[in-house]
Write a protein that binds this ligand. Structure first.
Ligand SMILES: [Zn+2]
Length: 241
């Protein structure tokens, strides 16, 4: 692990629970994390504020073309012992949107769920519930991006009643509510408005619809943030953070 990563992103001390089993971190993991005690506890997990500052700083480096977390060998043994991510990222499957690069984070830092159009479905929500409940992740970032093909298609379906092939209609159906909400305001740039509204819609669903995630949000354990990644500049315009 590069020294900058080690200094900037110490592994949080947090109890890792899988079923009824509590697993203490190995000596190698503790060495990597720079922690003295053997058990990770929630009390020393990073706060949502700390995580958001770290992600914003990482994105600022990404905008400048700087990637600091590139020493994959240094982390490998520790990561084999368990994972302690600090943020869940719901991102598009678009090949140009790679969250570890977007936020300059090392492997093990981000729990990433990707699907074209970055929407919340049952399986994605269940994955988030696992990360929140069992890994104690304190932040969820819904990450849209400029020129999203899925949202472009969803806007075309709504505006031009285009018919999509294969299984694409099922995917685009997930985007219908936020797209119609965005188009109702007659925006100058319908796709950009739909991309932003889709992020807002997912944030609201995660916070309000009954789940382990919304329970954690209401208890103040988890913060939901959103952002739109600009493919041209690398910048993430955050919202709700
Ligand atoms: Zn996309």
């Amino acid at each position: 692990m590069c020294q900058e990563c080690r200094t900037r992103s110490p592994l949080s001390r947090r109890t890792f629970l899988w079923g009824a089993t509590s697993i203490a971190l190995s000596a190698s993991a503790l060495s990597w994390a720079g922690q003295a005690a053997a058990t990770i506890t929630p009390s020393t997990a990073p706060s949502p504020d700390q995580v958001m500052k770290d992600l914003a700083a990482g994105n600022a480096r990404h905008v400048r073309g700087v990637q600091t977390c590139t020493d994959f060998l240094a982390n490998r043994a520790a990561l084999a012992e368990g994972q302690h991510p600090v943020a869940i990222v719901l991102a598009c499957a678009d090949s140009r949107v790679a969250p570890e690069y977007v936020f300059d984070q090392a492997p093990g830092r981000l729990f990433i769920i990707r699907v074209a159009g970055n929407f919340v479905d049952e399986e994605g929500l269940a994955s988030m519930e696992y990360a929140v409940e069992h890994l104690g992740v304190p932040v969820i970032v819904v990450l849209g991006h400029s020129s999203c093909g899925a949202l472009t298609a969803a806007v075309a379906v709504e505006q031009k009643h285009e018919t999509l092939p294969g299984h694409l209609p099922a995917l685009v159906e997930h985007l219908g509510v936020p797209v119609r909400t965005a188009l109702a305001a007659a925006p100058a740039d319908p796709v950009a408005a739909a991309i932003r509204q889709n992020v807002v819609y997912s944030m609201e669903r995660l916070a309000k619809e009954r789940s382990l995630v919304s329970s954690a949000v209401s208890e103040g354990k988890v913060r939901i943030a959103g952002g739109v990644y600009d493919l041209a500049t690398g910048d993430v315009a955050f919202m709700g953070s």
